[in-house]
Design a protein around this ligand. Sequence first.
Ligand code: SF4
Length: 476
Amino acid sequence: MSPSESYVPTAREKAFLDSVENPKYDRESINGLNPFLNEKAPKDVLNFYSQDELNALKSLKGTERDIETRMPVKLTRHYFELAKNSRAIQAIVKAQPSETENLMGSEDPGYQMDYSPVEGLLHKYEMGLMYVVSTCSAHCRFCYREELISRKEVERQDGTVAKKGLAQIPDVIGYVHRHNREVDPSTGLHPETGREKLREILMSGGDPMVLSNSKIAAWLGALAEAGIESIRIGTKELAFFPQRFDDAFLKMMDRFHETYPDVGVRLMIHFNHPDEFLVKDADGNYIEEASGILKWHPATKKAMDGLTARGWIAIENQSPIIKNVNDDPDALRIMQRAIKRVGANNHYFFCGRDIIAHHAFNVPIERAWQVLNESQKGLSGVETHARLSITHYKGKTEVAAVTNGPLAGIPGTENGVVIFKILRNAADAKDRGKVCIVARNPNAIWFDGYADRVIYDEAGLFDYARVKKAPATKMA
Ligand code: SF4
């Protein structure tokens, strides 16, 4: 199928799509700073910003430090209610002038456009990632997709400059067929890129859960028909608007599972802090049920119960560790324990990426490791599955260890070392498992903070050359 061809669902797919219901959802979203500046937001929401805060943000409008040019403001009613009693949640969605004090950073973090064989699809690892939408129900200030959500123009490999486009079903399905057809059956690898069959795809953005059930279903059906074995949906909607996981959505998922029982579904959820799902009393303490279990917000618990009851949906939480949000071992300990207890998993914690303005959000790498390590003391093995990853341009890299003492006889290591290990490596993953050891720098928030203190680098983290072109796949 060529990209210009339209996509025709199969009869089985059509029967699934015809069964989908599309309720309307009212998230009572506040879009942008203007509703606050013009006092058009609901009265009780107006006090989310003080007049001084609004004046400071207003003074930056139209300048190169304009807060909303970097990242638009967006908030749901549900999240506002949670934020009223949580400084951590306020820090996630409340714009601050400090965000644009230092605008250093990459306009295309991870050089993602180097791995985009068709618009809106990234094929970096053995799996693919699609941008299916460019917004979420609310916007995290630290978002590492700020370039997509702000619709910024980024440079492509061919030197052209354009906004990142969204994935389209005919293009993506055509690519999946072409790539998988070219995989050599005798080696199981693509002859040019060394990649395996494309068998897993992540629907991302933005948040796919802001799309209608029909649009989500259209992607699910098309990917399943193309032979994708496992489909991921990346979403923060359990935090922003858990009511979205209603009967109509779950019914659609059930119909999908009945139609394609062999296709795995993985919901990659995004809780940053327990305040996003646990109920607090007037003193700010989490409320315990009679059983001693911490009480979940009823709407979030209902959504989570609906998902975990379907054992064929895997639920995996992943979260960056962000300054003033969750760089707090106690909060992370409570969160990991509570998530595992209801039947979801703790997948990854991340160090912040080198997005534009990352200095405003990133916790030093060594501090993030210490926070996570401290948080996991006293937790059981199954509660501590999450590793700390930092996304190097080569791929996901674990911050595996931070030592306090020197490596005997090795100059430069007097204050200890950091050990990185490549977990997921682009293309044919040839460097997976390789390590890099650097002398400590407690202030480093990105790899460049270690550039002058590399001790050993079999992983090649400090010898990175940008890939020349997107993986070639012949057109049909
Ligand atoms: S939910 Fe994810 S994609 Fe959406 S604004 Fe937050 S970090 Fe960005």
